[in-house]
Unconditional design. Structure first.
Length: 95
């Protein structure tokens, strides 16, 4: 996906999560398609491919190595992005 814009979604009572339409379209996800959810630190990666955990770890390592980004830097960046998004979404509601 070209656009790295964060999207938000609500987890329903039974743990169901709706993937926003723009994200589904960008990822070519169809109704009934199976996705893999890969926990990385306190982050989740959702991929339309059925990856075994070890395959997924290898793919993530390749991406990190190719980009020159360490796992620690990636996780810190994700943490910062979540904090910014949280402030944008919830601090407005408090006012």
């Amino acid at each position: 996906m070209e656009n790295a814009k964060p999207y938000t979604a609500e987890i329903k009572a039974r743990g169901q999560l709706t993937i926003p339409k723009k994200v589904r379209e960008a990822g070519n996800l169809e109704e009934g398609e199976v996705v893999s959810i890969i926990p990385v630190g306190d982050t989740l990666i959702i991929t339309p491919r059925k990856l075994e955990l070890e395959d997924a770890r290898r793919e993530i390592k390749k991406i990190l190595k190719a980009s020159g980004v360490s796992l620690g830097v990636l996780l810190e960046g994700l943490k910062q992005e979540r904090e910014i998004l949280f402030k944008e979404l919830y601090e407005k509601k408090k006012k």
